[in-house]
Design a protein around this ligand. Structure first.
Ligand SMILES: Cc1ncc(COP(=O)(O)O)c(C=O)c1O
Length: 401
């Protein structure tokens, strides 16, 4: 048995009044009038919505930040030596058997900003973007922002087992106006980690149709035991139309540091990015990201075991208490994606519904672009005691329906 060094059971108060998970949902997803109807007081709300964790960062990362603070000059900072590249490429090589050239690696303040920029750099006025639905809302927002039409290919769903519909995708991808596919791997919200076979079929369709893929792999480090992520770009070593986004933000709960990696094989696009993009780093974010990749492996491995247990806990609880909810432990991410249509046969805003009646802030299907009516996403990256309380409230409420 492996010994445990990190404690994920303790609840840690988010003391920051600007913590979005704890305080931001009021302005982000609800109106004031909706909040006024919640039946639980603020201090009893349980936030299991936005994709960050209720766990403190790994002590190794905190120590690296402290060390950087001991050198208290925080002037303009830019990745000039190769130490960050080495740390990150060692990470992708050892975990995914995948490497890329140093010049292909660019960094930015987040995957969302990268999506906005890449669509601007790649698309012309009447081009289109394609994505699979349900989808992370910023996939749509980034296209909308540039007035670029977005086309959806609905994922096939049988008992919460999702698959890409290649016939549909092939048909839509053959529209010459479709220039970019925003691809989520592993997929948020369903937690699917696409197999090599699926990735090959998908990638070949994109290549045949000259579509640039933005492969958002931000959730790739959080997988269930025994599941191995394959970066899409690894399967197409000669393709220059596959951009990979990865980040320490989800993996190590560092989203507030605003740091993400974007690997762009196409030299022309890289040149454009460098011309248009702000190329400096926050020195503390860089110290944190580098320490994460160099020293965060054992924390992540214990975190993954903890999350696996949380998923088992959810599975058992739902089977007993909410048997009509369709749920399957996903291959990746820390999200439980529940089909609640048996309990909600009519259209219902589940985000608001559960906040109002149970004080648990989850993300309902309305937050995932399309094809998610009657579904809900619960963030399981929290101590199991918190999850237990949240599930009790949700199950008790639904049992009375
Ligand atoms: C699929 C996906 N991409 C991107 C992001 C956000 O990325 P960032 O915080 O780096 O902008 C999220 C956050 O939930 C996500 O789920």
């Amino acid at each position: 048995m492996t010994s445990r060094h990190y404690n994920f059971d303790t609840t840690t108060e988010r003391k920051d009044p600007n913590a979005v998970a704890q305080h931001g949902f009021k302005s982000y997803i609800f109106t004031e009038a909706q909040v006024a109807e919640f039946s639980y007081p603020d201090e009893e709300l349980i936030p299991l919505w936005i994709a960050d964790m209720a766990f403190p960062a790994a002590p190794e990362i905190v120590e690296a930040i402290k060390q950087r603070l001991d050198n208290p000059i925080f002037g303009y900072t830019k990745i000039l030596d190769d130490s960050f590249y080495r740390a990150f490429v060692n990470w992708t090589r050892s975990r995914y058997g995948w490497e890329f050239a140093q010049e292909e690696l660019l960094t930015t303040s987040g995957v969302i900003p990268a999506l906005y920029s890449l669509i601007e750099y790649i698309c012309e006025a009447d081009d289109k973007v394609i994505t699979f639905t349900p989808a992370y809302s910023y996939f749509k927002r980034s296209a909308d922002y540039h007035n670029i039409d977005i086309v959806y290919s609905t994922l096939l769903n049988e008992q919460n087992e999702y698959r890409m519909d290649f016939n549909d995708f092939r048909k839509k991808a053959s529209d010459p106006k479709v220039k970019v596919c925003i691809f989520c791997h592993p997929h948020n919200p369903t937690g699917r980690l696409w197999t090599e076979e699926e990735l090959l079929d998908f990638g070949n369709i994109c290549i045949e149709n000259n579509i640039t893929v933005i492969s958002d792999e931000i959730h790739c480090d959080i997988t269930r035991a025994g599941v191995v992520h394959t970066p899409l770009a690894k399967l197409f070593p000669d393709a220059d139309n596959i951009i990979t986004c990865m980040a320490p933000s989800k993996t190590f709960n560092l989203a507030g540091f605003l740091f993400a990696n974007v690997i762009i094989p196409d030299e022309k696009l890289r040149r454009l990015w460098k011309r248009k993009h702000y190329l400096f780093e926050n020195p503390l974010s860089l110290a944190a990201a580098q320490a994460a990749y160099e020293e965060g492996g054992s924390w992540l491995s214990e975190l993954s075991t903890y999350l696996d247990n949380n998923f088992e806990f959810v599975k058992k609880t739902l089977a007993k208490q909410l048997p009509k909810a369709v749920f399957k432990v996903p291959e990746a991410t820390y999200f439980a994606w529940l089909d609640m249509r048996a309990y909600f046969p009519e259209k219902e805003n589940l985000t608001y519904y559960f906040a109002k009646h149970t004080g648990v802030i989850i993300e309902g299907g309305n937050m995932f672009v399309a094809d998610a009516e009657g579904f809900m996403r619960i963030n399981l990256a929290c101590p199991q005691s918190v999850l237990k309380q949240a599930l009790e409230r949700i199950c008790n409420h639904c049992q009375t329906m």
